[in-house]
Ligand binder design. Structure first.
Ligand code: HEC
Length: 403
């Protein structure tokens, strides 16, 4: 920290210690927050919806009497994001990290937990369940490499189909390919509310590392700030509930799915990342099936009633099959750097301008860039990862978003 920074911090700490809130007339120090620029329903750097965590940061800033300033940073690699932001004093707080004791980051402390997040069962409102056993008769859609994916594959007797994103799994649920989807609650709740007219019930579950609380992170040693945030969060309880409702985060008490005989060992990926990162999929992409894979047993006779006919889905742009497949690939593998559907607040990364940049050579340029990457600029090499057909699908999707 620079001397100036230190002085500022000291002055700030002194003001808090004295219990004095900075008078509105005085120029208040900003409350500096690090957040992901493109991670709805949690945070978003621009647009009408800012996400639950950004709206909460604003409310906390008001309580602290400080204007909020943001440092935007992609959090797909969460620990790296923390190293490059808050741990280097780029901000005072991160909204939000898992609150559980096993999730430790050296140099950070956390506020009191302020909200419970976890996986949820998404199904027709008429579907009732009390235990994992009740899901055995159902065809279950799960997201690749998520905790539910690992769970249903480690236990006997479940019929599951794997999808590469929550959105894809919900699409399959709408088409009746599966009976229930077992997905990250906030994302499922948000999608259900904003894209699917709340046609499903999203029931949160717990047990088996399926849920946990989140808290605001601040640097170790910033005890006064941590305490001030705790006080603010306590005051803001009703507003937090209202924000959760606004973004469709499930808020009921979760149904505990813990079995008497616990399955061997579950990877605790769920809470280490607030969403399941596409980077995980990239890292192991050779094993990712081009089509959603059916696990053993998926073909077994199915005796429950066919899914009820649901209201039509909200209109989505009509894409060719290749472009649709390319879009799925893009949003799985590329969106954590380029934004979902290619829209990025970082102009160089906004791939909707390829045609404007390279006119009729855009496809050629994009193909070469995707294959060889631009390692110096941070664009990875994909030629060993993507099949030629995948690449063509991605190009055909990119064609649909050019300005
Ligand atoms: C780790 C982050 C990262 C990932 C993942 C990534 N890219 Fe990039 N990409 C970048 C960066 C950074 C640039 C900008 C390079 C520059 O400034 O020249 C870029 C540039 C590009 C460009 C050229 C843009 C232009 O206008 O010149 C294309 C096309 C592109 N990426 C496509 C993709 C596709 C398709 C994927 C997924 C298969 C992908 N990228 C995955 C970081 C990434």
């Amino acid at each position: 920290m620079t001397i100036r920074g230190k002085l500022k911090a000291l002055a700030f700490a002194a003001a808090l210690a004295a219990g004095a809130l900075v008078a509105p007339a005085a120029r208040a120090e900003p409350f500096r927050v690090c957040a992901d620029p493109d991670n709805l329903p949690f945070s978003k750097s621009e647009g009408p919806e800012r996400g639950m965590y950004v709206e909460l940061a604003e409310l906390v800033g008001k309580q602290l009497n400080q204007p909020v300033e943001y440092t935007w940073y992609y959090t797909q690699m969460q620990r790296r994001a923390l190293r490059n932001t808050i741990l280097q004093d780029a901000c005072d707080a991160v909204f939000a990290l898992p609150a559980n004791a096993e999730y430790k980051v050296r140099g950070l402390q956390r506020s009191q937990p302020f909200f419970q997040v976890g996986y949820a069962i998404v199904a027709a409102p008429t579907f009732a369940f009390k235990s994992l056993d009740d899901l055995k008769s159902q065809r279950i859609g799960v997201q690749y490499s998520s905790t539910p994916h690992l769970l249903v594959n480690q236990l006997e007797g479940f019929k599951s189909t794997t999808y590469r994103s929550a959105e894809e799994a919900l699409g399959a649920l709408a088409k009746g390919e599966v009976d229930v989807a077992f997905l990250w609650g906030p994302v499922a709740g948000y999608e259900n509310k904003t894209r699917w007219a709340s046609r499903w019930r999203v029931t949160p579950v717990s047990g088996h590392d399926l849920s946990g609380e989140v808290a605001v992170a601040v640097r170790s040693g910033k005890d006064d700030l941590a305490k001030a945030i705790d006080r603010a969060l306590l005051e803001l309880k009703p507003q937090i509930a209202a924000l959760a409702d606004k973004y469709g985060f499930p808020r009921e008490a979760p149904i505990n799915l813990a079995l008497a005989q616990a399955p061997t060992k579950l990877r605790a990926t769920a809470l280490a990342q607030v969403r399941v990162p596409a980077s995980l999929v990239v890292a192991v992409n050779d094993t990712v099936p081009a089509k959603p894979a059916k696990s053993k047993g998926a073909g077994a006779a199915k005796n429950s009633a066919p899914p009820e006919v649901a209201p039509a889905a909200p209109a989505a742009p009509v894409l060719s099959e290749a472009a649709q497949a390319g879009r799925v690939q893009f949003n799985d593998r590329c969106s954590h750097c380029h934004g979902s559907d290619g829209y990025s607040p970082v102009r160089e990364r906004d791939v909707r301008y390829l045609k404007m940049r390279y006119s009729d050579k855009w496809q050629e340029t994009a193909t070469v860039t995707i294959k060889n990457g631009r390692p110096d600029a941070g664009m990875p090499t994909w030629k060993d990862i993507l099949k030629e057909s995948d690449l063509q699908q991605i190009i055909s999707f990119l064609g649909t978003v050019q300005k």
